[in-house]
Write a protein that binds this ligand. Structure first.
Ligand code: ADP
Length: 394
């Protein structure tokens, strides 16, 4: 039996799945949270068993040790030899990684060096890759970059209107993110429509805690809403999305903040749905509060919908047309009301929502037969896409 692990390491978290390949059966999954903080949490699910405990986990290396101890203790794997592949999600691949890469010592160093572009993620990911390489030297290992899918963007869409030397000297440009998800759902949309991927114009809306919109033309990402980092684009759970950069010095002055990183932290962690509503970063909480008459929660919902609509409009312009609009991730897949609110405001482009078809969380075309532009709901599966990449590179 061949088992592949899909690993998604964040600054203080480590998500994992163990997938039987090529059958694509998820055997186990879990999460280590609050790494480096007190009371870190470990959880693991396999079959009907759920394990959860709290213990201080000081760093990612210790998190990996605990993960392997737990897998052995609960006999999730009989021996580590069974794990023949590991895929690591990496946030920033810069201009270097246009595709997934086999993990070598050089690649790990390059991932660490790209830490400048994703200081919270890349260094942690490099540590986790090293930890897995030490413990599973026999396994094929691949790095799957969030940015790779977007490396096909033309310069007209990735160059900022700044002095050009900043791009040449510092690689300051738009990179985007969520590439694995945008790639997976756009390809799947073409399959569902029974049309060649290379001939379609698709707008993919990945609406989760982090959210991004991508224009996929002829099977290639041509523009995307996240920027140099995942802070740009639409309003998100805790991130501002696009704002006027002049607000930074203005607010720093008002708030008595002298360190710009502290200000950027507010834009990343205290803004978006959370900042506007004052209720929560979680869409379900915001929807519930709005339902109970909380006006700021309603405003947060309206702003969220408005920003996604504006990006859909932009990308119709960027591609000079659109054949399908795809929704995915936590909000996109599950919130029929958000999908309807977004689409009902952009019907001029030829799309619509069939309320009955839209009442779903599964893969489905949710527009009417009369619509010129299909609206499609597709649950994303980044872990499976990662496992497939590992198989492909073996
Ligand atoms: P992450 O970016 O952390 O992977 P997810 O893709 O899991 O995020 O999305 C999390 C978001 O999805 C949260 O805002 C959550 O409230 C939202 N969500 C999940 N289920 C629903 C639902 N049934 N209705 C509305 N929002 C939902």
């Amino acid at each position: 039996m061949s088992k592949t692990m899909a690993i998604n390491a964040g600054s203080s978290s480590l998500k994992f799945q163990i997938i039987e390949m090529p059958e694509e059966i998820v055997l186990a999954k879990g999460l280590v949270e609050r790494i480096g903080l007190n009371d870190s949490k470990f959880s693991l699910e396999f079959g009907d068993t759920e394990i959860e405990f709290t213990q201080d986990i000081p760093d990612h290396d210790v998190a990996v040790t605990i993960l392997f101890d737990q897998l052995a203790e609960h006999k999730v794997v009989d021996s580590l030899e069974e794990i023949t592949g590991v895929g690591h999600r990496v946030v920033a691949g810069g201009e270097l990684f246009k595709e997934s890469a086999v993990v070598t010592d050089e690649v790990i160093q390059q991932v660490a060096d790209l830490g400048e572009f994703a200081p919270l993620h890349n260094p942690a990911e490099a540590v986790v890759m090293r930890a897995f390489k030490e413990r599973l030297p026999h396994a094929s290992m691949a790095a799957i970059f969030d940015t790779s899918f977007h490396t096909t963007m033309p310069a007209v869409n990735y160059i900022y209107s700044l002095p050009y030397e900043y791009y040449e000297d510092f690689q300051a440009r738009k990179y985007g993110a969520h590439g694995t998800s945008h790639a997976y759902v756009s390809r799947r949309a073409a399959e569902m429509l029974g049309k060649p991927y290379e001939e379609l114009k698709i707008i993919t809306c990945h609406l989760g805690n982090g959210a991004s919109i991508t224009a996929v033309q002829n099977g290639k990402s041509v523009d995307t809403s996240m920027g140099f980092t995942p802070l740009a684009g639409v309003t998100m759970g805790t991130r501002t999305g696009d704002i006027d950069a002049s607000l930074l010095p203005f607010l720093m002055d008002k708030l008595g903040i002298t360190d710009v990183n502290e200000m950027v932290n507010i834009l990343n962690k205290k803004s978006g749905l959370l900042g506007i509503s004052g209720v929560s970063s979680d869409m379900r909480d915001v929807e519930n509060a709005a339902g109970e008459g909380n006006e700021r929660a309603q405003l947060a919902l309206d702003i969220f919908v408005n920003r996604v609509q504006k990006y859909i409009g932009q990308y119709v312009a960027v591609m000079n047309g659109v054949d399908a609009i795809v929704f995915t991730a936590g909000i996109g897949e599950n919130s029929a009301t958000t999908r309807a609110a977004i689409i009902n405001g952009v019907t001029t482009f030829g799309c619509d929502i069939d309320p009955e078809r839209n009442n779903t969380r599964k893969e489905a075309i949710v527009s009417s037969d009369a619509a010129k532009v299909a609206v499609i709901n597709i649950p994303t599966d980044e872990e499976m896409e990662i496992a497939r990449e590992v198989e492909r590179l073996k």
